[in-house]
Write a protein that binds this ligand. Structure first.
Ligand code: TYD
Length: 216
């Protein structure tokens, strides 16, 4: 590793529920720390004090909200998380975020057909720092949702956090396409896709290689 003054980076891992993002965020952070850089993992929605409350509204399966409100609440959660991300970067930490703007594009704009104008309008007010790299973990929609549902059931969180998992498979199909489209457009920073239908070790190796070849 080129040790001299490595600039702290903001890296996003995103993808459908059940693609293994959270595990991969931890593995990447562990690798970075072993490589001698300071690293922190954040997440959306809910990675801040106010965000935790916003998350409860967003994920509760008994709460009905319009697609516009949904987009705005995810954006509000992100605005709070961005303050935290910016201060961590300032302190020299690399920040790995479990989900970011790519999720809002995929789930709200493509999955729910929320207005693109609304998505774009809030960006200048909510985003301080665009990612240096976004990594989309791609998995066939059906298997991703099955994995996610099994985990929610095992944790007893179907009602408290199951609002998205209760959607039809066509919703997740549109959402998956939204992620692929976001990656192809590269409008909000470099975005790459990794096939999540591999072992945890294989996916981790590809993520680490992508980060190492660009930034270390
Ligand atoms: P998350 O906590 O990452 O759930 P999981 O660990 O099950 O993947 O995210 C919760 C849900 O929020 C998930 O179904 C995706 C959704 N979401 C959006 O719809 N838009 C967004 O902008 C974000 C950040 C998340």
């Amino acid at each position: 590793m080129k040790q001299a003054a490595v600039k702290p980076r903001f890296i996003v891992l995103d993808g459908l529920d059940g693609t293994g993002k959270t595990t991969q965020c931890t593995l990447l952070a562990e690798y970075l720390i072993k490589s001698g850089v300071k690293a922190a993992v954040g997440f959306e929605p809910g990675g801040t004090e106010a965000g935790r409350r916003i998350r409860e509204i967003l994920l509760n399966s008994q709460t009905s909200i319009s697609k516009e409100t949904e987009l705005l609440l995810f954006s509000a959660d992100r605005a709070e998380h961005q303050v935290k991300v910016a201060s961590l970067l300032e302190l020299g930490f690399w920040v790995i975020s479990d989900r970011f703007l790519s999720s809002t594009w995929a789930y709200q704009v493509r999955g729910r057909s929320a207005p693109i104008g609304l998505f774009e309008a809030v960006l200048p007010y909510t985003i301080k720092q665009y990612p240096d790299l976004t990594i989309i973990l791609d998995l066939e929609a059906e298997s991703a949702v099955q994995r996610s549902l099994l985990r929610l059931k095992a944790e007893g969180k179907e009602i408290a956090e199951g609002r998205f998992e209760s959607e039809k498979s066509s919703f997740f199909q549109k959402t998956r396409e939204g992620f692929l489209e976001y990656a192809a457009n590269r409008q909000y920073g470099e975005t790459i896709i990794i096939n999540a239908a591999q072992t945890i070790e294989e996916v981790s190796e590809q993520i680490i290689d992508a980060v190492r070849e660009r930034f270390l």
